[in-house]
Design a protein around this ligand. Sequence first.
Ligand SMILES: Cc1cc2nc3c(=O)[nH]c(=O)nc-3n(C[C@H](O)[C@H](O)[C@H](O)COP(=O)(O)OP(=O)(O)OC[C@H]3O[C@@H](n4cnc5c(N)ncnc54)[C@H](O)[C@@H]3O)c2cc1C
Length: 454
Amino acid sequence: MTRPRILVVGAGFAGVECVRRLERVLAPAEADIAMVTPNAYQLYLPLLPQVASGVLTPQSIAVSLRRSRRHRTRIVPGGAIGVDTAAKVCVIRKITGEVTEQAYDHLVLAPGSVTRTFDIPGLTEHARGMKTLAEAAHLRDHVIAQLDLADASEDEAERAARLRFVVVGGGYAGTETAACLQRLTHHAVKRYPRLDPRQITWHLLDLAPALMPELGDSLGRTAQDILRRRGIQVSLGVSIAKAGPEEVTLTDGRVLPTRTLIWTAGVTASPLVATLEAETDHGRLVVTPEMTVPGAPGVFALGDAAAVPDLAKGGGGAICPPTAQHALRQGRAAADNLIAALRHRPMRPYVHKDLGLVVDLGGADAVSKPMGIPLRGLPAQAVARGYHWSALRTNVAKTRVMTNWLLNALAGDDFVRTGFQSAKPPTMREFEHTDSYLTPEQVRAHTAALRARG
Ligand SMILES: Cc1cc2nc3c(=O)[nH]c(=O)nc-3n(C[C@H](O)[C@H](O)[C@H](O)COP(=O)(O)OP(=O)(O)OC[C@H]3O[C@@H](n4cnc5c(N)ncnc54)[C@H](O)[C@@H]3O)c2cc1C
């Protein structure tokens, strides 16, 4: 008898946790497990701002998928570009560009999310995101390059523009990015005797009336006070109206000359979701509490890509927020449900009560709310770092991160611009490959022959 074919799309928090559980519980004879992923690592996204600011090296948060010989999942190096749930086929573009079809019996969709952009003129051409390892490494080089170029310029206006940095998005990703990068420029400028540190300005903007509302009023205000004390200008109720190569226009009419616009104003589900032609909720695939996709036999969806009902909030239509905390646990729960389906046992609904939020603002600055307990300063920082450290999957990754933290605390940063960035930086679309997906019609054209064979 042939083994059931399980295909997992995406090696993030949800996908990796799912395959590790499947490998552990299922005997090799019970199923063939394959995972489609463009990269050979699981990216620990919450520590990305620390890569951009140079506290951590990029390798330290890229956790290997091939660390152990016990990991028997077959890795397909590429990206899923379409799914035909009627034919039970996933269309894959390998990293060579070759397009292949992979039939499955059970599909686990965990491709995560991409940066959410709006119809703002110039945004996708001129803004930089904070969603991939390459983006974080590029951004670090770009910020240091602005100091180098400002230092070399005799033109006051150019200097001021290069030393102005604009971050849009007051959620945890944007706030941490602004805080960590401001710390980078604050320390780096000491190595540039010709630059006046007072000329460096950081702006953090958000349309909402408060930063990180999930922290509550008091902690949100603490975070804002920390940022303001460090000279970051926080503007709430404001966003970008227009972006250009040398300036951004804000919705309140201000025009800020700058060469750096960082866009972290939310995420939206991977474009792969749209290829299924299934029901969505705010772009995320609608799933049952067991994480199965209605009308698509054998398909599970989870993590940032899926609208998993948040039963811990007592139903009422709430869906789980797009966080690593949920994605990881959904990976485990989806694996258990898939195993239950293979063994003809009942599935269980996903329930997890949110553990809270940790926000690392660099150095000793942090705010956290673990289990609803508000913390500030060093205790918050200890909780934030302890939480992330313990969540890293392998001991090697833990050691790398801890060593980097110690080294950075003791020896600081050398602010080296590596020069790996190309003269013309990739756009957010290119970094996140959002243009590579097929339309549902193109997917069906690819799978027509397979469907005809039944
Ligand atoms: C800067 C930043 C800070 C954050 N901080 C926190 C935090 O402190 N706490 C928290 O809980 N959450 C945090 N998050 C959110 C958290 O990282 C996400 O919610 C989580 O990563 C979602 O997990 P996932 O498995 O759904 O997706 P991901 O972890 O993003 O994984 C998706 C994977 O799928 C791959 N992929 C994408 N498209 C395809 C495709 N077509 N085919 C195959 N593979 C594909 C990607 O390469 C990736 O490996 C942060 C996010 C960012 C960006």
